[in-house]
Structure formats: structure tokens, C-alpha cells
Design a protein around this ligand. Structure first.
Ligand code: MG
Length: 238
């Protein structure tokens, strides 16, 4: 069976950065992915919005590589209109007194980056209070808990609509390439939805790094580091 290679972005193809504006893809990485896509289908499946992913990869990445944003909800086409614009604005206002927070309002999800904040534990507690509707500045009590799930990453707190997860991106690619074996690489909790779907569909799933272990690891195998992901790619293009 011919493979299709699918990569998460942050923590899988580039080092985790402090802000969404960082994490720019180096040229050497692009040349390896470009060589890979000459042989097999390749996709990048990320939690970043599609415009943000395009910004991070910049010029020089082959247009043959299928970019999928917002955890699988943005295959190919960018979503411009946000149904949650007002709610994201209220969140930003609620935490406007806090220093060192970076807001990333996307069309469908809302991320707050707090890696640089002096008291991250305190911030996480406040985010959950807001999520549970404990602040009168936000919409009614169960608005967020019924519509969204919380995805905690490394220094990032994100609200994601209940129906959106990376398994959607896998399903999209599987429908497009039904005869190919899905090979997925991801490093974080959000990738477990993709790992699980890839496992169900008879593919291969690789956990990048040791962040998830025990019950938290869904992937079949571990790849120790980002450098090892590129070593794997090198073998495919040799
Ligand atoms: Mg990642």
C-alpha cells in the first residue's frame, strides 16, 4: 500500500514557539518535505488557522503539500467569518489587565498563549472559571461548556467547538486518498484524535517526543524528537 504522510506542525515539524507568530519553517525543512511530496502525498494538519499556517511555512513550500488548519476544520479553504467574534472579544476584554498573554482569535477557535505569564497556574484556574461561566462579563453560564471543549497545550489554553477535532482532517485525507496507508506524526494531546482515527483506519501513528505517556499516548510508536522526524523523511527520499 502506498503511504500518505501527515504531519502536525508545532512540536512535530518545528520547535514549539512562545507565540503563534514564531515557529517559522526553516528552508532546509521545506526542501525535505518538497522532496517527499514528489514521491508520496504529504499533508500538514495543524491546530493553527490556515492563514497562520501559511504565514509560518512562508514561501517555497510545494503547493502539492495539502495544508489543513484549525484541527481539521479548514481543509484547503480558509474560513473568514467567525460566528464567535463577540465571544472572543469578551474573553480578551476580561483578561485585558493581565500582562504577557497573547490572544489568537481564529474563526472557529480561540487560543490564549500564556507561556510568558509570571503565574501560569493562576491563569489556567482563571481560564477555567471563565469557561464555566463564573464571570458576569461573559455569556450565560453554560454557553461555553455546552458549545466548546477545552484543549490545553504547552502554555496554551484553547476553546474548540465540540464537533471539531483532528480526526476530521484524517477523514478528509482518507476520503481523498482511499487506497493509501495513513502515516501520522503528532506530539500533543490534540493529536490523539488523529492518532486514534489513523489506528482505526489501519494506518501508522507516531508520537513525537515523550510528552504523552501511559494512558495519554494513543500513537503506536514513539519518535524521540523533531530531528528524528526529519531523519525518517530522509529515509523515504533517499
Ligand atoms: Mg503539535
Amino acid at each position: 500500500m502506498r503511504p500518505i504522510f501527515i504531519f502536525d506542525y508545532d512540536g512535530t515539524l518545528v520547535e514549539i514557539a512562545n507565540t503563534p507568530e514564531a515557529g517559522i519553517m526553516p528552508d532546509i525543512a521545506k526542501s525535505k518535505l518538497n522532496a517527499l511530496v514528489e514521491r508520496h502525498p504529504v499533508s500538514i494538519l495543524t491546530g493553527r488557522s490556515l492563514p497562520n499556517l501559511k504565514y509560518a511555512v512562508g514561501e517555497g513550500l510545494s503547493p502539492e503539500i495539502i495544508l489543513i488548519g484549525t484541527h481539521g476544520a479548514e481543509p484547503l479553504e480558509e474560513i473568514h467569518e467567525s460566528p464567535y467574534e463577540q465571544e472572543w472579544r469578551l474573553w480578551s476584554e476580561l483578561f485585558s489587565q493581565e500582562a504577557d498573554l497573547v490572544y489568537e482569535p481564529k474563526a472557529l477557535t480561540f487560543a490564549i498563549h500564556f507561556k510568558a505569564h509570571s503565574n501560569p497556574t493562576d491563569m489556567i484556574a482563571k481560564f477555567y472559571s471563565a469557561y464555566r461561566g463564573e464571570y458576569t462579563q461573559l455569556p450565560s453560564q453554560d454557553f461555553f461548556t455546552t458549545k466548546f471543549r477545552v484543549q490545553e497545550g504547552i502554555g496554551v489554553f484553547e476553546l474548540i467547538p465540540q464537533h471539531i477535532n483532528k480526526g476530521m482532517g484524517i477523514d478528509y485525507l482518507h476520503a481523498k486518498f482511499p487506497e493509501h496507508q495513513l502515516i501520522f506524526f503528532g506530539d500533543d494531546l490534540t493529536d490523539n484524535y488523529a492518532h486514534a482515527r489513523v489506528n482505526e483506519l489501519g494506518g501508522r501513528s507516531y508520537q513525537v517526543g515523550y510528552r504523552l505517556s501511559g494512558e495519554n499516548r494513543v500513537a503506536q510508536e514513539i519518535i524521540p524528537s523533531i530531528a528524528d522526524v526529519y531523519a525518517y523523511i530522509e529515509k523515504q527520499i533517499a
